[in-house]
Ligand binder design. Structure first.
Ligand SMILES: Cc1cc2nc3c(=O)[nH]c(=O)nc-3n(C[C@H](O)[C@H](O)[C@H](O)COP(=O)(O)O)c2cc1C
Length: 400
């Protein structure tokens, strides 16, 4: 029997501690052996009994319990992953400075496995230079610090500082564990990803759209976060949960997508255009709903070309060395069309996949070939969109 991966769930004293119960559930139910290490302050929010009962393991805060087992060293040493959720401003400061005055901070010093922090606090605390410097220190040392989400905070106020959904923190943990490397290879990199499909309005109720669900782009965003990148996701008409640690910019049309991608790409190390951007849009937008008229055929819809965002960012790179990746969804002559598109667009990598009404769009799987401007071709067999995303980041990482 294979041993279950050992996860330490550190919980510090933020109001979001209750969300860690859900994260614990997800971890245990997916076959992980979880040891919860709460701080003393966090027990004001969720009690020790909850952690012990849900994890099936003792949950102590101090180094002075079960001393014969030397828990202050043993727990960190034997962990495959340490995740701290929520991580308070105080806990981040202690971790950055190497303090060790309770069991969690001792564990952080003895762990040699990947460490993930999911900070949660009021916007002022998060933006304070002290916190930002502590976060930068932890990232420089190889920890993965997930950007907090924007939304409702403890009181009535809203802003950046919210703990991402436990399900999404779990997704980060799952990917970090699967990769099993302590140093995130995209740390310090900003990547921009477009996802979904644009909608080009014809009148207030109708649009010209496509079948893209955004799942491939979201898989790229989730895997990039787990590899340490700062991620901006330009999402066109998607109905998917915001991935943890991702700055999501919502757009509708190709013109809006172009604007958002160009803005985000200004300081990006890589841009991956996974969205299905409409080539054409209706030439005229009818301000009122187009009515059918008795005995008359409908007027034909004239189309005009949309901007070619991939060609534009490939030709006019915002930064020297910026890596640009395109996608080609083809129905016929997939590879030949892909090679021609790579040459035409001038991007570094082109991910070519075959699409159809019930193929690729909306599904959890994909099969593709990653074509590179240096002539190399990397076939990616049929499998989860996440696996294709990892191959794309591998290819991007070697070019950065
Ligand atoms: C109701 C309440 C909510 C709090 N929420 C947070 C929070 O979300 N994030 C944070 O950094 N601190 C928060 N604090 C402050 C921490 O509890 C305090 O800094 C404590 O010393 C943290 O200890 P620890 O890091 O050892 O858990 C909150 C305090 C109270 C009373």
């Amino acid at each position: 029997m294979v041993d279950k991966p050992k996860v330490v769930l550190g919980v510090s004293g933020g109001i979001a501690a209750y969300k860690a119960c859900e994260l614990l559930r997800r971890l245990t139910e997916s076959g992980h052996d979880v040891r919860v290490v709460p701080t003393a302050a966090s027990l004001n929010f969720v009690g020790e009994a909850t952690w012990s009962a849900l994890s099936g393991n003792p949950a102590s805060t101090e180094v002075w319990e079960s001393v014969h087992e030397v828990p202050h060293v043993r727990i960190g040493q034997s962990a495959d992953l340490v995740v701290v959720a929520p991580a308070t401003a105080d806990l981040l400061a202690k971790a950055a400075h190497g303090l060790a005055d309770d069991l969690l901070t001792n564990t952080l010093l003895t762990a040699r496995c990947p460490v993930v922090f999911a900070p949660a606090m009021h916007t002022e605390m998060w933006e304070h230079p002290a916190t930002q410097e502590n976060v930068a220190t932890l990232r420089r040392r190889g920890a993965l610090v997930i950007e907090p989400a924007v939304g409702r905070l403890t009181g009535k106020d809203t802003g950046k500082g919210r703990l991402p959904d436990p399900e999404e923190i779990f997704e980060v943990c799952r990917r970090v564990l699967a990769r099993g490397v302590t140093e995130p290879d995209l740390a310090g990199r900003h990547v921009v990803i477009s996802a979904g499909g644009t909608r080009e309005p014809l009148d207030p109720v109708r649009f010209l759209g496509n079948r893209s669900s955004g799942k491939q782009g979201y898989a790229l965003a989730r895997t990039a976060v787990a590899r340490g990148a700062r991620v901006t996701l330009v999402a066109a008409n998607t109905a998917l949960a915001d991935p943890a640690g991702v700055d999501v910019v919502r757009v509708g049309t190709a013109v809006q997508l172009r604007e958002a991608v160009l803005k985000a790409a200004a300081d990006a190390d890589a841009v991956v255009m996974a969205a299905a951007v409409a080539d054409f849009r209706p030439a005229e937008y009818a301000g009122g709903k187009i009515k059918k008229k008795d005995g008359q055929d409908p007027a034909p819809v004239a189309l005009v070309r949309n901007p070619d965002v991939l060609a534009e960012i490939s030709a006019d790179r915002a930064r020297v060395g910026q890596v640009v990746v395109g996608f080609a969804a083809e129905t016929d002559d997939v590879l030949a069309n892909g090679r021609a598109k790579l040459a035409r667009k001038g991007c570094d990598l082109l991910v070519v996949n075959e699409v159809g009404e019930s193929r690729t769009f909306g599904s959890e799987e994909n099969e593709a070939v990653v074509l590179a401007s240096d002539g190399s071709e990397t076939p990616v067999p049929y499998g989860p969109k996440e696996a294709l995303a990892e191959v794309i980041w591998d290819q991007v990482a070697v070019r950065l």
